[in-house]
Write a protein that binds this ligand. Structure first.
Ligand code: FAD
Length: 325
């Protein structure tokens, strides 16, 4: 155990004093993160909590801050490599307990529906909801295995569409603990970027504007994207999707392939044979294998093409970076 038992008890007590008794009892110690990430790597988080509402997130953060415990907020763990040595402090996981969708007609536009969704909701669930409801605009998200919060945070996208096209406003907890709602023009969306990546803050809810469409056409588009993904991506191996951001004027996969790196392994991590932009876990990869392979790719691409590949996947935990959100 990495945290003193007295600190753990003090943390639980702070939550109890804030009236969050159930939450205090549910906090887990030394939670193995491997089972919470799509890459299937990661050692223990000292403390791990799954809040069900904004009040619970705020209580967790206040208790952590008072005891100088660092914290990290995660969604579905599909864009993360967590260190083999684990994460120092508290991991706050927004998942199923923080998942809710409701929708109503847009009073200002009969062709539109306003969908309010909490941050832990999976994009796949949201996209299915939109398809069933005959709402178009989220077909691109049907195969992205992240949460709504994670997708807003990094403006997730695919097939020339991204979250910025459908988000109307976002409610968040700012770095100084205020609950604030931002309109779309304030969110500073650009390629795989948003205000939250620059300034921090925890996305708790998004309001999306979707257009009424034809359920058959929407389903057909979703099927088309699913087929494309299945053909081009190594979906039968654990990964975090594309490892790198697309460098301006280049295709990442092509650069890596032209360095002869397809199939290259470091330990159990491999440059996918199917799509060189993906690093996969062949079964027993560690976070340090993945990090080693990524560094090798970056240095060979730099040497051959003088292009800096920037990691899209976030490497978090002991030895990688500070978990502070
Ligand atoms: C097979 C596969 C295919 C993929 N395809 C795509 C794709 O086509 N397009 C694409 O964009 N991505 C893709 N991804 C990557 C990933 O699914 C997205 O980046 C997704 O948006 C990450 O969301 P998450 O909830 O899993 O975030 P996590 O991995 O849990 O966290 C990633 C980052 O987001 C932050 N974060 C998470 N939730 C919140 C929140 N509520 N508030 C503030 N910050 C938050 C975390 O602190 C962390 O820094 C793919 C991944 C896989 C495994």
């Amino acid at each position: 155990m990495n945290v003193d038992e007295k600190i753990i008890e003090a943390f639980r007590n702070a939550l109890r004093e804030a009236g969050k008794v159930e939450l205090a009892e549910s906090v887990r110690v030394d939670e193995i993160m491997k089972s919470h990430t799509s890459f299937r790597v990661g050692g223990p988080a000292d403390l791990f909590a799954e809040p069900k509402d904004t009040e619970e997130i705020t209580a967790l953060i206040s208790a952590a801050k008072a005891l100088l415990i660092p914290f990290f907020l995660m969604g579905n763990g599909s864009n993360l490599v967590i260190s083999d040595e684990g994460i120092e402090g508290l991991v706050i996981h927004l998942g199923e307990k923080f998942s809710h969708i409701e929708s109503k007609p847009d009073p200002n536009d009969p062709e539109k529906e306003l969908v309010r969704v909490t941050a832990g909701t999976l994009l796949t669930r949201l996209s299915s909801f939109a398809t069933r409801s005959g709402l178009t605009g989220l077909e691109f998200a049907s195969g992205i295995p992240g949460s709504v919060g994670g997708a807003v945070f990094m403006n997730a996208g695919a097939y020339d569409h991204d979250m910025s096209e459908v988000v109307e406003e976002v409610t968040c907890i700012t770095k100084d603990g205020q609950v604030k709602t931002f309109g779309k023009e304030e969110l500073d969306f650009s390629y795989r970027n948003s205000i939250f990546m620059k300034e921090g803050g925890i996305v708790t809810e998004a309001l999306l504007s979707l257009s009424r469409g034809d359920t058959e056409e929407i389903s057909a588009k979703v099927r088309e994207y699913t087929e494309k993904r299945t053909k081009s991506q190594p979906l039968n191996f654990p990964s975090a999707g594309s490892m790198f951001k697309r460098p301006v004027g280049h295709y990442t996969g092509a650069l890596i392939e032209q360095c002869g790196l397809k199939g290259t392994c470091v330990g159990g991590a491999q440059v996918s044979e199917k799509h060189a932009g993906f690093v996969i876990n062949k079964g027993e990869a560690t976070a340090s294998d993945i990090d080693g392979l990524v560094k090798k790719i970056q240095s060979e691409v730099k040497a051959k093409f003088d292009v800096d590949l920037e990691r899209e996947v976030r490497f978090i935990g002991r030895g990688f970076s500070s978990p502070n959100t």
